[in-house]
Design a protein around this ligand. Structure first.
Ligand code: AMP
Ligand code: GLY
Length: 435
C-alpha cells in the first residue's frame, strides 16, 4: 500500500516509524512531515488543510490510504471532501467525517452527545453573547474554581479555569462579548469543576467494533510540579498505574460502548481514533473531553506499545472488520520526555541547530518541530522548527527504568534554549511504592 500521513508532529513521526515496519507498506509519504519523518518516507511540502493539494498528491503518488494526524483537517471536512470526489471516494481515510469530528470541534455538541447517551461528565450549561447575563448569574450559583470552555477549536487554549468569581465573570465576558477566541468562543460551556487525576484513553474504531489502545498520562503544564502555562504536552507515560483493569472496564461500559452506540444511533459513521480525556474521580471515570485523533505526545508512548502491525488495524478500520484483527500489546512501560524550545508555549525562536542526535542510545527519538535546513555555514542541519522539538521515548520493565533512559538521552541532545521537565512520572511513583 502507498500511505499518506497528514501532519508534522511527534505523533505523525510515531505513525511513520510504526507503519514503515509493516510489510504491506510499500511507500510512505508525510505531508508536511519533519526532519524525523524523512527517515521513513518522503516529505511533501503540503499543508494538511490544503485539500486540493492533498488530492493532487494522492493522485500523483497513487496513495491507497490516508491517515489524518491533527484535528483541524477533520473538523474542516477532509474525509467528506474525499467522499464527495469521484477520483478519491474509494480511498480510505483514518479519521472521522465532519459530523463525527464535531465531538472535538464543538464542546457544546460533545456535552449534549454525552447527555443524550448518559455518558458520565461534569454538569454544564452553554451561553452565547445574547445570554451573557444568564451566564454571569449561573456563575454565581457555582463554587470556585470555574471551568469555562470556548465551544470551538482554539488551538488548545480555549479552556480557562479562573479561581475567583470576579475573574470568572471577566473571562466569560471577554470570551462572549469581546470574542477572546474569535468565533470559537461565540458559545461558551460553563461546567462543574472535577477533582481527580487525569488520564487519556484511546480507542480505534471502524464504527462498529473497537480496540481499546493502551492508556496514557500526559503532562500539560510547562513547569515542574504542574505549574505555569498549558502546553500541547511535555511528556507521557503508559501504562497508567491507576487505570487498572477494573477502571478500564468501567470506562468501557460507561463511556466507550455508549459512545460507539451513540454515534451509530445518530447515523454518524465513524472510522478513526477517539481520544477520551478522563478524570478519575474517586475511581470513577468522568469525561472531560473527546478528541477525534490521537494525542501528542501520548502517541509517542501508545504506538510503541502496540506490537501488532498498525497497518493491519487500519485496514480493519477501513474494511469494517476491525473485530477480526488481533492486537497485541507490549507489557513494558513506555515513557516520553518532550524537549521544547526556550520560551515555549509563548514566543520562541526557530532555526537553532540540534546536535547530539547520533549520541542517543536505547531510546526512540520522535521529531516534532524540526526541519532540515541550510544554515549560515552553508551546510544542511537539523534545526528547531516549533515549540515542541523532540520526544524521547524509552521502554522499561519499570516506569523508572524507562524514565532514566529518556532523561539520560535528553541530556545527550543539545540546542540553544533546550528545556524539558525533569519530573515527568514523578506523581505516579507513589502508586508503585504503595504496591
Ligand atoms: P481541554 O482543552 O478540554 O483538554 O481542557 C484543558 C484542561 O482543563 C484539561 O486537561 C483539564 O486539566 C482541565 N479541565 C477541563 N475540564 C475540567 C473540569 N470539568 N474539571 C476540572 N478540570 C477540567
Ligand atoms: N496531549 C494532548 C492532546 O494531544 O490534545
Amino acid at each position: 500500500m502507498n500511505i499518506l500521513i497528514l501532519g508534522s508532529g511527534g505523533r505523525e513521526q510515531a505513525f511513520a516509524w510504526k507503519l514503515s515496519q509493516s510489510t504491506k507498506c510499500k511507500s510512505l509519504y508525510i505531508a508536511p512531515g519533519n526532519a524525523g519523518t524523512l527517515a521513513f518516507g518522503t516529505n511533501l511540502s503540503i499543508s494538511a488543510n490544503d485539500f486540493q493539494s492533498v488530492k493532487n498528491a494522492v493522485l500523483k503518488y497513487n496513495i491507497t490510504m490516508v491517515i489524518v494526524g491533527p484535528e483541524d483537517p477533520l473538523v474542516k471536512g477532509i474525509h467528506d471532501f474525499f467522499l464527495g470526489d469521484n477520483e478519491l471516494k474509494h480511498i480510505p481515510i483514518i479519521g472521522p467525517q465532519k459530523d463525527g469530528a464535531l465531538l472535538e470541534g464543538s464542546k457544546d455538541f460533545s456535552k449534549q452527545f454525552m447527555l443524550r447517551h448518559k455518558i458520565p461528565t461534569a454538569q454544564y450549561q452553554s451561553f452565547t453573547k445574547e445570554t451573557l447575563a444568564n451566564g454571569l448569574s449561573f456563575l454565581e450559583t457555582l463554587s470556585a474554581p470555574y471551568v469555562l470552555k470556548a465551544d470551538g477549536l482554539a488551538a488548545g487554549k480555549g479552556v480557562v479555569i479562573p479561581t475567583t468569581l470576579p475573574e470568572a465573570k471577566k473571562e466569560l465576558t471577554e470570551m462572549l462579548a469581546n470574542a477572546k477566541f474569535g468565533n470559537a468562543s461565540a458559545k461558551v460551556v460553563i461546567e462543574e469543576f472535577l477533582k481527580g487525576i487525569e488520564l487519556s484513553v484511546f480507542v480505534l474504531t471502524d464504527g462498529n467494533s473497537y480496540k481499546i489502545l493502551p492508556a496514557a498520562k500526559d503532562y500539560k503544564r510547562i513547569g515542574e510540579n504542574d505549574t505555569g502555562l498549558n502546553t500541547g504536552g511535555m511528556g507521557a507515560i503508559s501504562p497508567v498505574p491507576f487505570a487498572d483493569e477494573a477502571f478500564i472496564k468501567k470506562v468501557e461500559q460507561q463511556v466507550i460502548i455508549p459512545t460507539i452506540n451513540g454515534l451509530k444511533q445518530e447515523g454518524i459513521s465513524y472510522k478513526g481514533f477517539i481520544f477520551i480525556g478522563l478524570m478519575n474521580v474517586d475511581g470513577n471515570p468522568q469525561v472531560i473531553e473527546y478528541n477525534v485523533r490521537m494525542g501528542d505526545p501520548e502517541t509517542e508512548v501508545v504506538i510503541p506499545r502496540i506490537k501488532s502491525d498498525l497497518l493491519d488495524l487500519f485496514v480493519g478500520v477501513a474494511n469494517g472488520n476491525l473485530n477480526e484483527v488481533n492486537m497485541e500489546i507490549d507489557e513494558r512501560f513506555a515513557t516520553t520526555v518532550m524537549l521544547v524550545a526556550g520560551g515555549y508555549p509563548e514566543d520562541y525562536k526557530k532555526g537553532n541547530i540540534i546536535t547530539g542526535l547520533e549520541k542517543v542510545e536505547g531510546s526512540l527519538v520522535f521529531h516534532a518541530g524540526t526541519i532540515v535546513k541550510e544554515t549560515d555555514d552553508k551546510h544542511q542541519h537539523v534545526v528547531t522548527n516549533g515549540g515542541r522539538v523532540l520526544a524521547i521515548t524509552s521502554y522499561g520493565n519499570t516506569m523508572d527504568e524507562a524514565l532514566q533512559l529518556s532523561f539520560s538521552n535528553a541530556e545527550r541532545i543539545n540546542y540553544d534554549g533546550k528545556y524539558y521537565r525533569k519530573d515527568i512520572g514523578k506523581d505516579l511513583k507513589s502508586y508503585y511504592s504503595k504496591a
